[in-house]
Ligand binder design. Structure first.
Ligand code: F6P
Length: 346
């Protein structure tokens, strides 16, 4: 069950003066790592963890290279000045890796490193694969763990948005706007593939915000041939060029859609796969604020004795979501947005 917490201070007691948080768990030192695909805003989250902990008199240990670095013992003390000048930087200063997070012998070594460093809790910034590794450390080795949702895909159950998502959408949208210029000038069809291995969140937002004629997402297995009619109708309506957005997880990807258009209409079609550019760049304000807020809450969560939960954002409040929910439950794309994308493409 998701547990929600919204600060109770009434408006007339509004104050910016922070007070020390209760620390019934007696946390003295925590560790933080980033894992899986990097996402813009991860640095803002690390910074929030370090600065909140420092304010509370807690030391922070940064783990380099995600779980593989943890298994190898790549730990270092992180102070508040070590995270200066990082809130605006993309990527992750701690480096990241995709690794087998729950391999038993490696996990045991990782847990031992944390114990050797007197770490009272670990904060893992990443996606559901990374949360599996965190959950394993808690279950098998009793390490208190907290997850922070860091992935551009926005595909984590239990949080309205993930850190990095807003920036990825902006980056993709900027590219779509540019491709529209050249597409319209040449009266071509542009099929643009955005990231999203299993989820169409980026594709849907980009389709609506970019005024696309059609969008293909993994959540809807509609036949690719429907794009032929869409393109023919666009031409009949006098549209100069068309934009089709495809999430990488849609079977066949952008190339499959372009092939169907070419075969069904004979029109000049170009494919653009935006790829990893969507993972880079300076985080937009929404990602920085989300990361800062969740990073702060993750430290408090450890101090309150919480563990094995992801800190999510739901309806502007903080939510504590069991880590296992993030891979056992599915976050749906917005049906309203999907419908809206279609309605507005007339
Ligand atoms: O981090 C999520 C993601 O960007 C997906 O959208 C994409 O499918 C995948 O990572 C790419 O992973 P890698 O960088 O390992 O190729």
């Amino acid at each position: 069950m998701t547990d929600q917490h919204t600060p109770a201070a009434p408006n007339d007691a509004l104050t910016a003066e922070p007070t020390r948080h209760p620390n019934p768990s007696g946390v003295r030192r925590i560790a933080v790592l980033t894992s899986g695909g990097d996402a813009p805003g991860m640095n803002a989250a690390i910074r929030a963890v370090v600065r909140t902990a420092t304010f509370e008199g807690i030391e922070v240990v940064g783990v380099r290279r995600g779980f593989s670095g943890l298994h190898r013992g790549e730990l270092q003390i992180l102070g508040p000045r070590d995270v200066a000048n990082t809130i605006q930087r993309g990527g992750t200063i701690l480096l990241t890796a995709r690794s087998h997070t729950g391999a038993p012998r490696k996990a045991a070594r990782g847990a031992q490193h944390l114990r050797d460093w007197n770490v009272d809790g670990l904060i893992v910034i990443g996606g559901d694969g990374s949360f599996h590794g965190a959950h394993y450390l808690q279950q098998e080795h009793g390490i208190p763990v907290i997850g922070l949702p860091g992935t551009i895909d926005n595909d984590l159950y239990g949080t309205d948005h993930t850190i990095g998502y807003f920036t990825a959408v902006e980056t993709a949208l900027d590219a779509v706007d540019k491709l529209r210029d050249t597409g319209a000038s040449h009266e071509r069809i542009f099929v643009i593939e955005v990231m999203g291995r299993h989820a169409g969140h980026i594709a849907l937002d980009v389709a609506v915000a970019g005024g696309a004629e059609e969008v293909f997402i993994p959540e809807d297995a509609k036949d690719v041939s429907c794009v032929v009619d869409v393109v023919k109708q666009s031409v009949a309506k006098g549209k100069t060029g068309s934009i089709i957005i495809v999430a990488e997880g849609y079977p066949g990807g952008a190339q499959g859609v372009a092939d169907a258009i070419q075969a069904g209409t004979g029109m000049e079609t170009r494919v653009s796969i935006l790829g990893h550019i969507q993972r880079g760049g300076s985080p937009v304000s929404s990602d920085r604020v989300l990361a800062s807020r969740l990073g702060e809450a993750s430290v408090y969560a450890l101090m309150e004795g919480r563990s094995d939960v992801m800190i999510g954002r739901q309806n502007h409040g903080i939510a504590y979501v069991p880590l296992s929910d993030t891979w056992e439950k599915r976050k749906d794309v917005s049906r309203d947005l999907y419908r809206c994308a279609k309605t507005l493409s007339i």
